[in-house]
Structure formats: C-alpha cells, structure tokens
Design a binder for this molecule. Structure first.
Ligand code: HEM
Ligand code: HEM
Length: 211
C-alpha cells in the first residue's frame, strides 16, 4: 500500500466546506432574486453571512496562531520559478522550472484576492445587518448618513460580483483531471507519496504526518 500523507487536517476541511457552502448560499440568495426568482431570501442570506463570518474568524485565528503563515506567503522563490517557467515555455532556457511548496503561486494569488474580497463583503454585510430586523434588534436605518450607506452598498455589491468570477475560476481548476487529487485531499485529507514527490518540492514543503 502506498503511503498516504496528510495535506489538510479535518479542521481545515470542515472550515473550507462550511465557508464554501455559506458563500454559495450567499451568492444564490443574493443574485437569484435579481434574476427574477422571487423568494424570501433575506433570512437565509444574513444567517449564512453570520456562518461565513464565524468560519473566517476561526480560520484567521488558526492561521495566525496554529499554522505557518509562510505556507501561503508569496516568496522570492515563487517569483523566480515563474520567471524560469516563462523562459522554459518560450524555449529561452532548457532548465526545468522548480516545483512549488504546499501551494502554487496561482493558489496563493487566488487565496489573497479571495481574502480581500471576502473580508470586504463580510465587513459591509455585517454593517448592513443594522438595517434589518433580527431576533436581537429592530432595524435602524439612521445609524449612518445616507451617503455612507451608499458607499457600503456599492462595496458589498461589487465584491459580491467579483466573488462569482473568483468562485467559478476556483471550481473550474479544482475539477480539472490533473487537479483532482487536490479535491480528494480537501475531502479526505490525504495525497499519496507519489503525488507529493511529483507535484511538490520536498525542500519547500515538508510533510511528516501520515494518515
Ligand atoms: C487575514 C486573513 C487570512 C490569513 C492570515 C490566512 C492564512 C492562511 C494560511 C497560512 C493558510 C495555509 C494553511 C496550511 O495549509 O498550512 C491558509 C489556507 C487556506 N485559506 Fe486562508 N487566510 C486568511 C483568510 C482567508 C479567507 C477570508 C478565506 C476564505 C475565502 C481563506 C481560505 C483558505 C482556505 C480554504 C485554505 C486551505 C485550507 C487549509 O488551511 O489547509 N483564508 N490561509
Ligand atoms: C463546490 C465548490 C468548491 C470546490 C469544489 C472547491 C475545491 C477546493 C479544493 C480542492 C481546494 C484545495 C486545493 C489544495 O489542496 O491545494 C480548495 C482550496 C481553497 N478554496 Fe475551495 N472549493 C470550492 C468552493 C470555494 C469557495 C466558495 C471559496 C471562497 C469563496 C473557496 C476558497 C478556497 C481557498 C481560498 C482555497 C485555498 C487556496 C487554494 O488551494 O486554491 N473554495 N478548494
């Protein structure tokens, strides 16, 4: 039997799917009514917004205190590899480009763009909660000036639209056949030793945990 190596712990997998579920419900309840499908969307929208907020807070605490930030940091070596890859593709250099650590440059970029977009959509969404009735308070549309609300709505709507594109690109790449082993690792946790050696530089990503 081939060794199974741990890529995503259970906590990270639960976070990813809770966050993904919340984002998909938010996009559905946010945009389907605009497309003409009329249903009472507000409650489902704000409740999944709160679930997304909790998931993101959980992840940030975990990333800052229990994981290694360098895993997701864009390093000089990533940029050097990108230059090598471009030169190799254009036949300017015969040198085979280096392999990534745990995450490729593309994954790190989409992580950072999604972080920015999700934090903005969550922050503006939380402010907008003041304007609806919840079990805890009654709506108060007068907390901020009209022009401030306008700004908050524009940021919320624009970042939500960016999310549609980002999520489409992300799902497209995760179901491509050569990336399916990443999808398995987000479901079951592990990749094989062969996949590890084929796709990663063991110097840049040291795995010790077997499943
Ligand atoms: C300041 C905010 C954030 C920081 C510092 C941060 C940091 C990190 C780090 C260091 C990792 C690598 C963990 C590892 O594999 O060892 C990671 C992974 C990940 N991040 Fe973030 N992140 C942030 C915000 C977000 C947000 C807003 C999202 C949601 C869109 C997100 C989604 C993910 C996912 C799905 C993974 C892969 C799962 C895993 O941890 O293995 N991150 N993040
Ligand atoms: C059905 C929907 C989704 C699928 C199939 C999916 C699939 C995956 C997979 C397979 C990974 C792990 C890649 C790895 O091991 O390196 C991953 C990571 C990640 N996912 Fe998702 N995901 C989905 C939805 C989402 C949503 C809605 C968001 C946020 C808005 C998101 C944000 C992330 C981030 C930031 C990472 C870490 C960076 C990366 O590895 O690309 N995912 N996702």
């Amino acid at each position: 039997m081939e060794d199974k190596l741990l890529r995503h712990t259970l906590a990270d997998r639960v976070f990813h799917w809770a966050m993904a579920g919340a984002v998909l419900v938010l996009l559905g309840t946010g945009f389907l009514p605009i497309l003409g499908l009329d249903f009472p969307w507000v409650t489902a929208h704000w409740i999944s917004g709160l679930i997304l907020t909790a998931a993101v807070l959980f992840h940030i605490v975990r990333a800052l205190f229990f994981q290694d930030l360098k895993t997701m940091w864009i390093s000089l070596e990533d940029l050097r590899n990108l230059i090598e890859l471009t030169r190799w593709n254009l036949h300017l250099s015969p040198a085979i480009p280096g392999k990534p650590g745990k995450y490729s440059l593309a994954q790190k970029l989409i992580h950072h763009v999604m972080t920015l977009v999700v934090l903005l959509v969550v922050a503006t969404g939380l402010l907008m909660l003041v304007k609806i009735d919840t079990p805890w308070w009654e709506r108060n549309p007068y907390l901020l000036e009209e022009s401030s609300w306008g700004f908050i709505y524009v940021v919320h709507d624009l970042t939500a639209m960016c999310l549609i594109t980002l999520v489409m690109v992300h799902i497209y790449f995760s179901v491509r056949s050569e990336k399916l082993f990443f999808l398995r690792s987000m479901l079951l946790g592990w990749i094989t030793r062969k996949e590890y050696l084929e796709h990663h530089d063991p110097r840049r990503w040291k795995i010790s945990d077997k499943v």
